[in-house]
Design a protein around this ligand. Structure first.
Ligand SMILES: NC(=O)C1=CN([C@@H]2O[C@H](COP(=O)(O)OP(=O)(O)OC[C@H]3O[C@@H](n4cnc5c(N)ncnc54)[C@H](OP(=O)(O)O)[C@@H]3O)[C@@H](O)[C@H]2O)C=CC1
Ligand SMILES: CC[C@](O)(C(C)=O)C(=O)O
Ligand SMILES: [Mg+2]
Ligand SMILES: [Mg+2]
Length: 490
């Protein structure tokens, strides 16, 4: 199998990378109709499998699960997830031949083996669905000609797919039809119905391509969404301890700090996040973030270049062939970091204190969001998609750190995202060593030691202008506008 993206002529690569259209809510007027009465069989019952299945069933669709035989025989967690929630569970042989739509929600590493096992059992003219296009785009998986191939990719962890649905809403979702596999021309109708079944249509759906989804998803997760939060956690914690701040306090400030500061991001973008700081702290955070952007830009460019060229996927697939040697070593190493092992203090930290004492964290989020957005759009990814994969999803990932630190983040995200996160972390830690030497507790741990809020007018005006005029803020306020408008309807 060859990397599908790399087999395409340049103009086709560029066209698919740029494919992205925000769909009008009226396009979902038929709801789940295109899948009503059809049999949906989900392969795998993990992070996305369980939560999407619950939503699809609650939306009136016929959902069951197929698992590998050992999972059923050993009553593994995936079997318990499905059966304790009242779903029918069966082997591939029992359920795949009955399926109108097979939703492949196993880890990306398993896709080739899983698809090779299920494809001969799929009935003529059925549909194969993915929630991430790695197998098609990076591995070049060839799917039987009679099968339709679609993608419905929620832009968030599985847990949030369910939580948002229960709140009567949904999460932004990318949908796509594989141009090589749409023999009956109904791929788009089915993808729309699937997105409506998960609730995604209430938050915003982008009609995209497998290629645009893969290249943007990989970039977001490796850099700002997971990599930057991991590197930032480790650097900020170690710095505070080095400067004499109580380790249990430092641990709490970071574990909950990302969630608190990115909550401001969720409601009002980078501008609002920095507006939560005093004027001198805002100017300081801005300056730090500019410095960080200069240092980290080559790293963001490298991640984007390696994702576009296929170098990243080649490296990760080499690790798959080594039984995940690097992934497992990095996972074990993360568990041994001082931050992960540190218990938290019982001392209260007020909401405002997370901002005032976390100026460097605010600067890291701002730098990461803007760099990821700038790098993606420079590579031809459309602003809407780049926004979802940078600013929009950061608070959702921060929520996972608040639950159980980096362990929970890396457990919740896909194995592909986890690998990319560690890859970034390993390159970014040494890159920021010199920068961190000049950092003190005024920007992480204690806050600015200033008696007044005085700042230079011209400086403040320039900072505010730069914040508000950044392209991620322009597209962000438009997309958040759609989401809050829709929220009021519910
Ligand atoms: N994690 C997330 O939030 C997101 C994931 N995605 C995408 O969704 C897809 C699913 O990812 P995710 O939910 O993280 O996956 P998980 O790691 O949570 O999936 C685990 C499930 O897959 C099954 N499984 C593992 N290996 C095999 C195999 N060889 N054969 C059959 N079943 C197997 C497991 O069963 P068993 O008990 O037998 O091991 C279990 O049911 C991926 O394509 C991912 O990129 C997209 C958006 C976000
Ligand atoms: C951010 C990681 C992700 O892409 C996701 C939750 O959207 C993943 O692959 O898990
Ligand atoms: Mg993602
Ligand atoms: Mg992903």
């Amino acid at each position: 199998m060859a990397n599908y993206f790399n087999t395409l002529p340049l103009r086709e690569q560029l066209a698919q990378l740029a494919q992205c259209e925000f769909m009008d809510p009226s396009e979902f007027a038929d709801g789940v109709d295109a899948l009503k009465g059809k049999k949906l069989v989900i392969v795998g019952c993990g992070a996305q499998g369980l939560n999407q299945g619950l939503n699809l069933r609650d939306s009136g669709l016929d959902v069951s699960y197929t698992l590998r035989e050992s999972a059923i025989a050993e009553r593994r967690q995936s079997f318990l997830n499905a059966s304790e929630n009242g779903f029918t569970v069966g082997t591939y042989e029992e359920l795949i031949p009955t399926a109108d739509v097979v939703l492949n929600l196993t880890p990306d590493k398993q896709h080739t083996a899983v698809v090779n096992a299920i494809m001969p059992l799929m009935k003529q003219g059925a549909t194969l669905a993915y929630s991430h296009g790695f197998n098609i785009v990076e591995e070049g998986m060839q799917i039987r000609e009679d099968l339709t191939v679609i993608m419905v990719a929620p832009k968030c962890p599985g847990s949030e797919v369910r939580e948002e649905y229960k709140r009567g809403f949904g999460v932004p979702t990318l949908i796509a039809v594989h141009p090589e596999n749409d023999p009956q021309g109904h791929g788009l109708a089915q993808a729309k119905a699937y997105a409506a079944g998960t609730g995604g249509h209430r938050a915003g759906v982008l009609k995209s391509s497998f290629i645009a989804e893969v290249k943007s998803d990989l970039m977001g997760e490796q850099t700002i969404l997971c990599g930057m939060l991991q590197t930032g956690s480790l650097l900020c914690f170690d710095k505070m301890v080095e400067k004499g701040i109580d380790a249990s306090y430092a641990s709490k400030l970071i574990q909950y700090g990302w969630e608190v500061i990115t909550e401001a991001l969720k409601y009002g973008g980078v501008t609002n996040m920095l507006d939560r700081l005093s004027n001198p702290a805002k100017v300081k955070a801005f300056e730090l973030s500019e410095e960080l952007k200069t240092i980290m830009r080559p790293l963001y460019n490298k991640h984007m270049d390696d994702i576009i060229s296929g170098e990243f996927s080649r490296g990760m697939m080499a690790d798959w062939a080594e039984d995940d040697a690097k992934l497992l070593a990095w996972r074990a190493e993360t568990a041994e970091t001082a931050f992960e092992k540190q218990q938290n203090t019982d001392q209260e930290i007020s909401e405002q204190a997370f901002f005032d004492q976390g100026i460097l964290m605010v600067a890291m989020v701002k730098a990461g969001v803007e760099l990821a957005f700038e790098t993606m759009t420079a590579a031809g990814i459309i602003a809407e998609s780049a926004y979802y994969e940078s600013l929009h999803e950061t608070p959702l990932i921060a929520n996972t750190i608040a639950r159980k630190k980096l362990f929970e983040m890396n457990r919740t995200i896909s194995d592909t995202a986890e690998y990319g996160c560690y890859l970034y972390n390993h390159a970014c830690l040494p890159l920021l060593q010199d920068f961190m030497k000049d950092i003190d507790t005024d920007v992480i741990g204690k806050g600015l030691d200033s008696a007044s809020n005085q700042v230079d007018n011209q400086t403040l005006i320039a900072v505010n202008k730069a914040l508000r005029e950044h392209p991620v803020e322009i597209i962000g306020s438009k997309l958040r506008g759609y989401m809050s408008a829709m929220k009021k309807i519910v």
